[in-house]
Design a protein around this ligand. Structure first.
Ligand code: ZN
Length: 229
C-alpha cells in the first residue's frame, strides 16, 4: 500500500492565507488540496486496516478454525455492514469476504493514484456539475465520476477530520464502480435490511466498515450526517 507523503516532508512552503479569499482562487484551491492531503492519511490507514482485517477473516474461514479476537471483530463488522450472513446460495462466507476485499483493493489502488484522480473545482463548476443530482441548496464537499475523477469543492475544508476521511472513502467507492451508489443511507432500517448483493453496491458500507475494523473497533459512523466530527 502506497501511503501518501506527509505534509511536513513536502519541500513546498505553506502559503500565507490572506483574508477575504475569493471562491475558487489559487489560494482556496491550495487550502483544499492541503485539507485533502491531510485527510488522505486517515483514509489510507482505515483502508489498510480493512485489507489487513479482511485477510485475517478470510484465512480463519478458509482454515475453519475458532476465530481469535481480531478475527471475531472483522467477521462481525462484515456481517453488520456487508451482511455476509445474507448471501446467495452457493456462496460461502469466505467468498463474501473475498468480494469485499477485492473492492477495498480497488479503493486502495485508486487512493495510491489520487494525484491523477483528484480534482479541485471552483464553486461555479461544482454547482453546474452537481445541480441535477443534489439540488442547489445541498452542500456537496466532493463528488465522483466513476473510473474518471473525484472533485473536491470549497465545502470540503470546513468538515471535521473524521468526516473528511469518510468522505474520501465514500468517493473512492463511487469511483471504482459506477454501480456503487447512495442506495440505502448510512444507518437505519434500510441499511440493516440489505443483503450482501445490495450492500456491496451501497457506498456507505465502505467507510462504515473501514472505521469499524480500525482501532478502537467501534461501529462509529462518520460522514456527511456528522459534518463537524
Ligand atoms: Zn455518494
Amino acid at each position: 500500500m502506497n501511503l501518501p507523503v506527509a505534509d511536513n516532508e513536502s519541500p513546498d512552503p505553506v502559503p500565507e492565507i490572506p483574508e477575504n479569499v475569493l471562491e475558487g482562487s489559487a489560494v482556496d484551491i491550495e487550502l483544499r488540496r492541503q485539507a485533502v492531503d491531510d485527510a488522505k492519511l486517515l483514509a489510507a490507514a482505515w483502508i489498510a486496516n480493512s485489507l489487513r482485517m479482511l485477510a485475517l477473516g478470510r484465512r480463519v474461514l478458509e482454515a475453519d478454525r475458532e476465530p481469535g479476537h481480531l478475527e471475531k471483530i472483522v467477521l462481525a463488522a462484515a456481517r453488520t455492514h456487508f451482511h455476509t450472513d445474507q448471501r446467495g446460495a452457493g456462496l460461502s462466507e469466505s467468498d463474501a469476504i473475498n468480494m469485499i476485499e477485492w473492492n477495498f483493493q480497488l479503493i486502495s489502488r485508486a487512493l495510491s493514484m489520487s494525484d491523477s484522480i483528484f480534482a479541485y473545482v471552483d464553486g461555479e463548476t461544482a454547482v453546474q456539475n452537481t445541480r441535477g443530482y443534489f439540488g442547489s441548496e445541498f452542500k456537496v464537499p466532493a463528488y465522483a465520476y466513476a473510473v474518471s475523477s473525484i472533485a473536491f469543492t470549497a465545502d470540503f475544508p470546513g468538515l471535521g477530520p473524521k468526516c473528511r476521511a469518510a468522505v474520501i472513502i465514500h468517493q473512492l467507492a463511487h469511483f471504482i464502480d459506477a454501480r456503487i451508489r447512495d442506495i440505502a443511507g448510512a444507518k437505519g432500517a434500510a441499511y440493516c435490511s440489505l443483503d450482501l448483493a445490495s450492500a456491496l453496491f451501497n457506498v456507505h458500507c465502505y467507510p462504515n466498515f473501514a472505521i469499524n475494523v480500525s482501532p478502537p473497533f467501534l461501529d462509529d459512523r462518520f460522514g456527511m450526517m456528522r459534518p463537524e466530527n
